[in-house]
Design a protein around this ligand. Sequence first.
Ligand code: NAD
Length: 334
Amino acid sequence: MRLLVTGGCGFIGSNFIRYWLKKYPDHQIVNLDKLTYAGHLSSTFDFSKQKNYRFVKGDICNRKLVNDLIKETDIVVHFAAESHVDRSILDPLVFVKTNVLGTQNLLDAALKHKIKRFHLVSTDEVFGELPLHGGKFTEQTPYNPRSPYAASKAAADHLARAYFYTYGLPVTITNTSNNYGPYQDTEKFIPRMITNLLTGENIKIYGDGKYVRDWLYVEDHVRAIDLVIKSGEEGETYLVGGSDREINNLEIAKIILRIMNLPDSKIQFVKDRPGHDRRYAIDSSKIRKQLNWEPLFSFDDYIAKTIDWYEKNRWWWEPIKKKSEKLYKKTMQI
Ligand SMILES: NC(=O)c1ccc[n+]([C@@H]2O[C@H](COP(=O)([O-])OP(=O)(O)OC[C@H]3O[C@@H](n4cnc5c(N)ncnc54)[C@H](O)[C@@H]3O)[C@@H](O)[C@H]2O)c1
């Protein structure tokens, strides 16, 4: 089997390739990544020399390049995206270019070359926010994106589904909650907290901190994608969430501080993000029942393992953090 993975130098994409090469050593993977600020070759160092792996630096919006690569592909697994909500508030255009036009470019090429499966990796943020108490997102929840990032991902989902209904392209989609784990950029919530503490800084919490997210360990997400590609039904969407309980940002900060033996006084509240969604929660019954998926990694155990990974892999995050902290200070003054 020949896979084209887009965005394989990012957080989830690099974890996906690592998992896939180990599980399917006879498959070929081409990783197409533009190496934006969020793409790091260092995230692929341990598998970059494998014979069945090839890295191509390029943009998913490049028609010729995408056509040439998809010509020799059985399955596309599409991770590449502008993925940070804060950045989408500052510069929405690049989100539309990559997340919408880039996805459409891939879909066109996939159709032309009659690939076996196009898997789109998406987010629960397309559904908007939930009240603090109440139900969860399901596959039937209407789309209601509230940030430019979420709106661009929603557009990509709609396009992918339209290519299934209109042209019969074998599309599947997973909408997942917030992931955490190794190789996540230090500008994201959990790695920023951990690396701030490892460098003697305070933790920054937006608003009152009572924002609830559903946290999924990245390997559980990757396992879900594997199952959907193998056994998911064409044209179907699967929601994938991990939380064994609902935890707000402030509670997460306190859990991290406890594991790192640091006092709560390290928490610093900062001005809230505009349009900050109050709560996301995912009902994963469909993938659990139909594909027998369940999360294997509990938050308490795997947040500790994630902290341990950042403690041991300063070589990976220290150069990345220098850049991301500069951006936070310049643009958001936090
Ligand atoms: N991280 C999460 O918690 C989460 C949750 C749900 C869904 N998702 C989705 O999963 C996917 C991967 O997320 P992530 O956290 O790994 O993102 P990331 O920001 O860590 O990585 C994105 C990767 O895409 C590459 N890229 C960006 N624009 C590109 C372009 N035009 N052409 C080629 N490559 C380009 C970047 O260089 C980077 O390597 C995204 O589609 C995101 O929307 C992420």
